[in-house]
Write a protein that binds this ligand. Structure first.
Ligand code: ATP
Ligand code: MG
Length: 551
């Protein structure tokens, strides 16, 4: 189903269909370079390309743009496929690689040469750069620009045959050195690279450049709408030029939309690679980084990512989004379905001095609104744990938790009063001594006591030690400056806590859980039955209001 309000791309698709322009139907493609893992910015492009085709009965290619063997690998090819599938999209039998077309690309390069539209240039890459001109001054022609077609063809064939060293020759399109668009100033379309390619091995020692490759692959796959991000807008004249000069009869229109940016984040495989290499991130799936695999490990459901991309929409306007919007989309998925449990993340021991004997069993629902999730058993006994932050010796105004001589209700259990604070020699609180009121049991309270607050707890005999990983923004700046990124890393973006979960929780097998008051969590992939580890996917509501424009 198309969205209620069509974005400019969907409007264009609808118009093209109505005008009968699409002889080959609607065909889109998602063209990642396998030089890293996908991030949430790519999810926007995936949702758009696959979404448009799905909604209007078209098809989508997953096409790897693998023209730079130095940066690309099979590991990334596999990771990208897994992530696209996990997001819920299916390319069926349309998995392709730019390298599938290396022979066609080579053929078209020769055709350009034969038409007098390309030449072999011996300038070094520095010389090419320095003769390219600037935005206000034209470039200067290469001294090799007027080689004959025959000479060019021979040299290009020798390049392919491995006769020349890397960097000594390139093939350039012959367009216009004084074009106001620098991309048209005789751009390089082939370079020599003696590198092993993850698919074609050592078959080739020349590789086509992106601008030459991409449009030809689009044409060969009969793409009806080549959707890409705005930084390619200035490349569109080159895209069109190549298609017009190689003599194919399908000319896909390139349509640009704005890149997704997330506040306090960067969307760049290059920067993630460097943060991983420096050890700031544990890997591509570090839950702090908005890669698809990082989000998955953090516990974000794919439906939340799809909902997020739906809400941000597609425009040409700057698209810097608050992380709170993603959090909102995550909570929407968890709220109704995640069972609830009590966990103490930063435990403070409490001794109930008037409690004797075995623990008392208490029943509680897994979810207050969903009976079908069933009930669990908690216990209450002489030793319990509460959250360190739920006690204060010096409470601020309106503090509704435990204080000296104050009372509080323990959720699903009893009212307690704090009588004594025990500290170590450094003054750190090590335990509290409290009195409980046996007649105040939840649901059967006849005590007449009216404490203001309710806090959660785990009984010592029912507690299983667990690790909790709490994540915060990866960067301290709203729009990180990529020039000195290391200085903007939030050193508190990962906080690890050792605490306790309920015994019943430990036995249950939930994929996601709400630890009351602490947030939504999932078990990390490193978690074992002996040492459970939970990742906080998102905190509970933070009062964020969804802007009307993205409703
Ligand atoms: P990065 O800069 O992170 O390496 P990239 O643009 O080089 O990203 P590609 O693998 O070339 O990554 O991108 C594949 C597709 O995803 C392209 O069509 C690109 O336009 C799109 N894309 C990449 N980043 C974003 C983003 N932040 N928002 C929307 N689309 C994006
Ligand atoms: Mg790229």
């Amino acid at each position: 189903m198309p969205p209620e309000v069509l974005d400019f791309i969907r409007k264009r698709v609808v118009a093209d269909v109505e005008e009968g322009k699409l002889a080959d139907g609607i065909v889109t493609r998602f063209p990642p370079e396998p030089n890293g893992f996908l991030h949430i910015g790519h999810a926007k492009s995936i949702a758009l390309n696959f979404g448009v085709a799905e909604e209007y009965g078209g098809k989508t290619f997953l096409r790897f743009d693998d023209t730079n063997p130095l940066a690309e690998s099979e590991e990334f090819v596999q990771a990208i496929q897994r992530d696209v599938r996990w997001l819920g999209y299916d390319w069926e039998d349309r998995l392709t690689f730019a390298s599938d077309y290396f022979h066609e690309l080579y053929y078209f390069a020769e055709k350009l040469i034969e038409g007098g539209h390309a030449f072999v240039c011996d300038l070094s890459s520095d010389e090419i750069r320095s003769t390219r001109g600037t935005l206000t001054t034209p470039g200067t022609s290469s001294p090799y620009r007027n080689r004959t077609e025959e000479e060019n063809l021979n040299l290009f064939r020798e390049m392919r045959a491995g006769k020349f060293q890397e960097g000594t020759k390139v093939l350039r399109a012959k367009i216009d050195m004084s074009s106001p668009n620098i991309n048209l100033r005789d751009p390089v379309i082939y370079r020599i690279l003696f590198a092993e390619h993850h698919r074609t091995g050592t078959e080739w020692c020349i590789y086509p450049m992106y601008d030459f490759t991409h449009c030809i692959c689009d044409a060969l796959e009969k793409i009806s709408h080549s959707l890409c991000t705005l930084e390619f807008e200035d490349h569109r004249p080159l895209y069109d030029w190549v298609i017009e000069h190689i003599g194919v009869n399908h000319h896909p229109p390139q349509i640009e939309f704005s890149r997704l940016g997330l506040e306090y984040n960067v969307m760049s495989k290059r920067i993630y690679t460097s943060l991983i290499e420096q050890g700031f991130l544990s890997g591509w799936d570090d839950p702090r980084v908005p890669t698809i695999s990082g989000l998955r490990r953090r516990g974000v459901p794919p439906a939340s990512i799809r909902e997020f991309t739906r809400r941000i929409g597609v425009t040409k306007q700057d698209n810097l989004v608050e992380t709170e919007l993603l959090d909102f989309c995550i909570r929407r998925e968890f709220e109704e379905s995640a069972p609830r449990s009590m966990a103490v993340l930063d435990p403070l021991k409490v001794v109930v001095t008037n409690y004797e004997g075995q623990d008392e069993r208490l029943e509680a629902p897994w979810h207050p609104k969903h009976d079908e999730l069933g009930e669990k058993t908690l216990t209450f006994g002489r030793e319990i744990y509460i959250e360190r932050t739920d006690f204060s010796e010096d409470p601020p105004r309106k503090y509704r938790r435990l204080t000296i001589n104050g009372m509080v209700r323990l959720r699903y259990a009893f009212i307690i009063r704090c009588d004594e604070v025990i500290k170590d020699i450094e003054g750190k609180i090590t335990e509290l001594h409290v009195t409980y009121f046996p007649e105040s049991r939840s649901g059967q309270d006849t005590s007449g006591l009216k404490p203001k607050g309710v806090i959660h707890f785990v009984s010592g005999n029912n507690a299983v030690p667990a690790e909790f990983r709490l994540f915060d923004k990866l960067f301290t700046t709203r729009i990180p400056d990529t020039n000195n990124i290391d200085e903007q890393i939030n050193r508190e973006s990962l906080v690890v806590k050792q605490g306790y979960i309920e015994g019943a929780m430990h036995k249950a097998d939930f994929s996601q859980i709400q630890f009351e008051r602490a947030g939504y969590f999932v078990e990390d992939q490193e978690s074992t039955s002996e040492s459970p580890v939970y990742n906080r996917t998102v905190t509970l509501s933070d009062g964020y209001k969804v802007p009307v424009s993205v409703n």
